[in-house]
Design a protein around this ligand. Structure first.
Ligand code: MGD
Ligand code: MGD
Ligand code: SF4
Ligand code: MO
Length: 848
């Protein structure tokens, strides 16, 4: 039996003129087609053949050319001079100097003092996958990205409950609940607007929104629970208590699929619903009506996002939100919640049976015999002689090699990749590891963003000495920008890899100009679809802008300079690659099993072997061979259902080949509502629903602190709202925004009148951390006491147009307010250390 290409693999939609790629502005990565005019992305349309987005886009994708082209683009490596200005240097000089400094820091302070931050934004995760090899080569141990300022609390809860990432079947849900989430603007699931509109216009279905603000989604909702800012814990606890006290729970589901309900019941049976409703600001009858709607619906989905994840008690709220659908049995049925496959399974296998086999370990004699067979097989595989054997014998011979090699790869890569994605949080979610200076909990392998400056600005011997930043803008996106800038200048080495001269680049020792996401092979690892999960390797539309390099070339260039790989290893892999996928796989796995350093450097070795057959701006995709193998091994049945079947490495090889050939989205797993249970990472496949620490918090909530405003700072500022034309800091050109160009501060009529402000006025916004001039917009979306600024504004964009390409380093101007000039890393969740961006005490002053 040989592997075949999945029948559900989509055809690329591209014609001669229109090339298929994806929008990179949010995690949905909607498929688009692009017509080029020279190097301009001239005409952009939704790609109807894309299996996830089916032709849908929002307004933001239409002018992606302002990301691709403009004066923000860097075209030369930059080195910071003593006076704080930047000089252009050659690539070789930059990489030589950086490699030497990295080696020096490793020798003096250990590889663990070199901190990596980044991982790709919404659509470019191949750079990060390739960077793993550099981290492995340096012995770097600490890593983080933006997920550690939003999702780590939820990941910790997910890890405790069932060990996976959940999503909802919004398209078919009778009731959908959005908590601190505004999908009309922020999307996060495919075709969000048509899906919302369909639900809103169907009298049988209901949308429930929990938001202090009448967001676009709240305006569509049947039930808008207009909570007071930061009081979600009380509101959701009251919802859960209503389910428990009015017996709206699915006892059968709980008995069959969960353990620990008694402890949960004890806490919520006694909870004072009227008192909690009063604290939350939502009338008790609205709380009960919404709970009854959830408790009696045939199907319910729940989505929480930044409105609670970046506000007080966020980890507790994540837990309470999940109890809403767990207690009502809304899992593994159409229209409910599910766990899903992930293309890059970073925290071990998702086929839960394996751990059982390992526990009932084989006898000593068998183990010895197997070790002998293994070393023989490895010798054969490594010598390349495997090809000479007949197919069946070859497979039998190589099976132990493959098993052992893949385990070695997992063991080497998981600690490095841990938490790169939200997709897989089995053991990695634990939070048992701590950061070296502040002892903060590391969840899913990620250092909490709020602790980063504290891990640097100290004389603790274990402090970070160097920081590598790829495809991120932490001097803009981390809480407390001023303190982070100070931290950057304290480090012995800071390197930024970016397409633009960002706020972070302006503080770095070295800035390396990356090829854009349309100038190299790229992909997102945010693959959350069900029942057919989709992975899309985008082919480059253009050659890299002269002077730029794709990140995988940067990482390979540095690893070569570190001299950590013996040339015979690379030679052997190159020879094996010429002999075909099967031989290559056997040799690669044999090497990984025999030499742990090979496993750690896997992305680099794939780049240097399989990648050599690809054009230079596509070599970064070679790492997907390893990813495809891991995916096929971790999700064997679901990958087989998608059409990638066969023994040993055959399914992974076929999946890799399909991805490389497709040019559009490829369905890599096909699931059923029954197979969802396979992703519950528990030996008994049951949810463990009592989380003691959080039940304790819930028990004490009645008397817990619920207000952080003061006479000096009487308003609650939500710093970073998603609007029609915001996309983190990916697009810097303010012309991109068709409306709300400078990102107004939204305020209620009531508060504005009290302050004597009208729409269009300028005012001074003051918090404990800073002050900024803002433009005011009176908005009936806002409730009194709550004001909001958009995210992603206040970024530098070079003014003037001298008709040349490339960055104009001097003449930068910022439009709008950078929200984190006003926030502080001090306020954070007690479990996950995530910031309170949505809950910043503030005041507004008239500008006289
Ligand atoms: N247009 C656009 N879309 C994006 C992005 C973008 O930059 N622009 N970024 C992407 C990214 S990285 C992410 S993480 C997602 C985030 O997506 P969302 O979380 O949906 O985005 P936000 O607008 O930050 O916050 C959602 C809602 O939280 C509400 N909120 C504020 N305070 C509270 C509170 O105390 N309680 C509750 N219940 N709600 C509160 C706000 O009023 C807002 O409507 O969006 C993604 N999509
Ligand atoms: N106050 C406040 N702060 C927030 C938030 C908030 O709501 N309020 N939201 C938080 C959230 S949810 C998130 S996700 C973060 C986002 O913040 P960050 O993770 O720091 O990322 P982005 O702002 O998306 O910046 C992405 C960077 O990648 C660069 N880039 C684009 N393409 C490429 C490429 O191909 N290669 C390389 N090397 N670089 C590239 C862009 O120029 C940009 O500088 O912000 C967080 N910060
Ligand atoms: S911004 Fe998000 S929803 Fe809009 S087109 Fe791009 S990927 Fe799709
Ligand atoms: Mo985010």
């Amino acid at each position: 039996m040989t592997a075949r290409t999945g029948p559900s693999t989509a055809k690329p939609a591209s014609t001669e003129a229109a090339r298929s790629t994806a929008c990179i502005l949010c995690e949905c990565n909607c498929g688009i087609t692009v017509e080029l005019d020279g190097r301009r992305l001239a005409k952009i349309r939704g790609d109807k053949d894309h299996p996830a987005s089916e032709g849908y886009t929002c307004e933001k994708a239409m002018r992606l050319d302002l990301y691709q082209n403009g004066h923000h683009r860097l075209t030369k490596p930059l080195k910071r001079q003593a006076d704080g200005t930047y000089a252009e240097i050659d690539w070789d000089v930059a990489l030589d100097e950086i490699a030497a400094k990295l080696v020096d820091i490793k020798h003096q302070h250990g590889g663990e003092s070199i901190f990596f931050y980044g991982g790709g934004g919404q659509g470019n995760h191949l750079g990060s996958a390739n960077s793993i090899a550099l981290r492995g080569a340096l012995g770097s141990k600490y890593y983080s990205n933006a997920l550690a300022q939003e999702k780590t609390g939820e990941m910790w809860v997910d890890g405790k409950l069932y060990g996976g990432h959940t999503k909802g079947d919004f398209e078919h849900a009778e009731v959908m609940v959005f908590i601190g989430k505004n999908p009309w603007q922020s999307h996060s699931f495919p075709r969000a607007r048509p899906v919302l509109k369909a639900a809103a216009s169907d009298p049988q279905r209901s949308i429930i929104v929990v938001d202090p603000r009448r967001s676009e989604t709240a305006a569509l909702a049947d039930h808008h629970l207009q909570v007071l800012p930061g009081r979600d814990a009380w509101l959701i606890a009251a919802l859960v208590a209503t389910l428990v006290q009015e017996d709206l729970i699915d006892q059968e589901f709980l008995a069959e699929h969960t353990t620990g309900y008694e402890q949960v019941h004890q806490v919520f049976a006694k909870l004072d619903i009227p008192a909690f409703a009063a604290i939350s600001g939502v009338p008790e009858d609205q709380v009960r009506t919404a709970a009854r709607r959830i408790g009696t619906a045939s199907s319910v989905t729940v989505y929480e996002d930044l409105g609670t994840q970046q506000a007080p008690h966020s980890t507790l709220v994540s837990y309470l939100n999940k109890l809403l659908w767990i207690l009502t049995g809304n899992f593994a049925k159409p229209g409910t919640m599910f766990l899903h496959s992930s293309f890059v399974a970073i925290a071990g296998s998702s086929s839960g049976g394996k751990s059982k086999q390992r526990r009932s370990g084989p006898g000593a004699r068998f183990r010895k015999a197997r070790a002998r067979a293994l070393s023989r097989a490895m010798a054969i595989a490594a010598s390349g002689a495997a090809t000479a054997l007949p197919a069946l014998a070859r497979q039998e011979m190589l099976r132990p090699v493959v098993e052992r090699g893949s385990r070695a790869m997992l063991e080497a890569l998981v600690p490095l990749a841990g938490g790169m994605l939200a997709g897989d949080m089995g053991p990695a979610a634990g939070g048992e590891r701590r950061t070296p200076v502040t002892g903060a909990r590391i969840i899913a392998g990620l250092v909490p963003c709020n602790s980063i400056a504290d891990e640097i600005l100290t004389d603790h011997p274990g402090r970070f000495r160097a920081m590598w930043m790829d495809s991120v803008n932490p001097a803009h996106s981390l809480p407390g920008s001023a303190r982070f800038r100070e931290a950057m200048r304290e480090l012995d080495l800071t390197v930024v890899v970016d397409v633009a001269f960002t706020e972070t680049a302006r503080m770095a020792d070295y800035v390396l100009p990356a090829a854009s996401q349309f100038e190299k092979a790229e992909a997102t690892f945010f693959n959350f679809e069900f029942p057919r999960n989709v992975f899309h390797l985008r082919k480059p539309l253009l050659e890299p802008l002269p002077g730029t390099l794709p990140e995988p070339e940067i990482y390979a260039g540095l690893i070569r300079r570190l001299g950590v790989v013996e040339t015979d290893v690379v030679d052997r892999l190159r020879d094996a690659a010429k002999a075909g996928r099967e031989t290559f796989g056997a040799v690669f796995m044999a090497l990984s099993a025999a030499r742990p350093e090979v496993a750690k450097l896997a992305p680099y070795l794939l780049h240097e072997s399989l990648g050599q057959d690809l054009p230079a701006n596509e070599r970064g995709a070679a790492v997907l061979w390893g990813a495809a193998q891991m995916c096929a091994m971790g999700n064997r049945k679901a990958v087989a259902r998608a059409g990638f079947d066969g023994p040993g490495l055959a399914p992974g090889n076929a999946l890799f080949d399909a991805i490389m050939a497709a040019g559009s989205g490829v369905v890599f797993t096909e699931d059923t509502w029954d197979s969802v249970w396979d992703y519950v990472r528990r030996p008994d496949r049951r949810f463990t629903i009592a989380i003691d620490e959080l039940l304790e918090q819930a028990r004490n909530l009645g008397s817990a602190r619920n207000s952080w405003t003061t006479a000096e700072f009487p308003l609650v500022l939500a710093a970073g709202e998603r609007r029609s034309f915001t996309a983190n800091t990916i697009i810097r050109n303010p012309d991109w925004r068709r409306r709300d160009r400078s990102g107004a501060l939204r305020i209620s009529e009531h508060d504005a009148t009290g302050l004597g402000l009208s729409t269009g006025d300028r005012a001074r916004l003051v918090t404990a951390s800073g002050a900024a001039a803002v433009q005011v917009e009176i908005s009936d979306m806002m409730q009194p006491g709550n004001i909001a600024l958009p995210n992603g504004l206040g970024v530098d964009f070079p003014g003037g147009d001298d008709g040349t390409d490339g960055a104009n380093l001097d003449a930068a101007m910022a439009t709008g307010t950078a929200p984190n000039e006003l926030t502080s890393s001090h306020w954070k969740d007690s479990f996950a250390g995530t910031p309170w961006h949505k809950h910043v005490p503030a005041r507004l002053e008239l500008i006289g």
